[in-house]
Design a protein around this ligand. Structure first.
Ligand SMILES: NC(=O)c1ccc[n+]([C@@H]2O[C@H](COP(=O)([O-])OP(=O)(O)OC[C@H]3O[C@@H](n4cnc5c(N)ncnc54)[C@H](O)[C@@H]3O)[C@@H](O)[C@H]2O)c1
Length: 359
């Protein structure tokens, strides 16, 4: 039985808690939040009577039987949380983005390695059924050798999200790519290679930023299809177009658009020398007599609601990694490579020259 500590008891934490709750080998033993009442509310919602409620992470980490910690606090706290948890020798599920500064990510990577703890970063769309199938088709050669991948994050981030007060600022949200678009960046890496259980490694990045929403106080709410006046403004550009070259020669274009006046979408295109995927529609030399696109009925990554995201599959994968003493393909070390693209794009906005990434 793995004892679980949930750190940060907000929106996404409910999905982590539900996923652990469905497993017979996991038990939530403690919940930590800066607000005691929020921690207690999550325990109540989950029907947990015998659970430690804390407002101090160092005390929560001393609760008996804690082995795995889910870091569900706002992103600017992830670094200090992960350093503390790794030093306590616990295994860690880290919500994305894993940190808000590149040097913090490198520090976290070093401390995690030194303490020999397992990690998974919640690039949860790697477990979305469409991405699982596309990844398998890539490995099976359905598209041949891929040469170009496009993944777009089309959202309208705003105060409909509880984390927006932090997420909209330059200091704590940093950029549209870091706050949400990193899902698309990571998906482009994941689908940019035919290697199973691996994501492509970025070697060069060029990016442009723009859009029309930065600093504006009129805000769209896509969940209710209404407009709000006098909303606190987003402090960074809402549109980023990012080009990436991977070490296997595959190129990617990621459009992060956090100001789309429309329902959320996450379009995917894979082009290979033997076939193409356009979301869940496939054209391939493999199906040589096909007369029209083959459409796979499945769950697409087309919702920003956390209850739609495959957290169960991510948590099941991580428990399996812990049980088998295996590293996750989406551990902190790998996830740093997705974050490096985010920060290289920020360099491009400042200096307007392509950024080469260290191998
Ligand atoms: N993987 C995904 O798809 C996904 C989806 C949503 C959110 N997230 C990420 O999860 C993180 C949390 O987002 P959320 O939407 O749940 O936000 P939220 O605001 O709903 O929840 C954050 C919780 O952290 C608590 N908190 C704040 N400061 C704290 C502190 N110092 N110590 C302990 N607790 C503290 C808050 O009281 C709150 O309960 C963010 O980094 C966000 O980007 C990821």
């Amino acid at each position: 039985m793995y004892g679980i500590l949930i750190n940060g008891a907000g929106w996404v934490a409910r999905q982590h808690a539900a996923a652990y709750g469905k497993r017979s080998d996991c038990q939530i033993v403690a919940i930590n939040d800066v607000s005691e009442s929020r921690a207690a509310l999550l325990a109540k919602e989950m029907g947990l009577d015998n659970v430690g409620i804390y407002t101090d992470l160092s005390k929560a980490l001393c609760h008996s039987d804690v082995e795995i910690v889910s870091v569900c606090t706002p992103q600017h706290l992830h670094c200090e949380n992960v350093l503390q948890i790794a030093q306590a020798g616990k295994q860690i599920v880290i919500e994305k983005p894993a940190a808000t500064r590149l040097d913090d990510l490198y520090k976290m990577r070093e401390v995690v390695k030194k303490n020999g703890v397992k990690t998974v970063v919640s690039f949860v769309l790697r477990w979305n059924p469409l991405l699982v199938m596309l990844k398998k088709m890539l490995a099976d050669g359905v598209f041949g050798t891929p040469y170009y991948v496009e993944v777009d994050y089309m959202s309208y981030n705003g105060s409909w999200w509880g984390g927006w007060n932090d997420g909209r600022t330059l200091e704590q949200g940093v950029s549209a790519s870091l706050v949400g678009g990193c899902h698309a960046i990571d998906a482009a890496r994941w689908l940019g290679t035919t290697q199973p259980n691996q994501a492509a490694l970025p070697v060069e990045v060029y990016a442009l930023a723009g859009g029309c929403r930065k600093g504006k106080t009129r805000e769209f709410n896509p969940t209710k299809n209404i407009w709000i006046d006098n909303a606190p403004p987003m402090e960074y550009d809402g549109l980023e177009v990012i080009l990436v070259k991977f070490d296997n020669g595959v190129q990617a274009k990621i459009c992060v658009n956090a100001e789309c006046v429309m329902p959320y979408r996450f379009p995917i295109r894979i082009f290979g020398d033997k076939g193409t995927a356009v979301d869940n529609r496939i054209w391939s030399e493999y199906f040589s007599l096909q007369k029209d696109w083959i459409e796979i009925p499945t769950i697409l990554p087309d919702s920003s609601d956390v209850s739609h995201h495959p957290f169960q599959a991510e948590i099941d994968h991580f428990i399996d990694c812990v049980a088998k003493n295996m590293e996750s393909h989406c551990n902190l070390e790998d996830a740093v490579r997705s974050h490096e693209i985010v920060f290289a794009a920020l360099d491009c906005y400042k200096n307007n020259v392509p950024v080469k990434l260290a191998q």
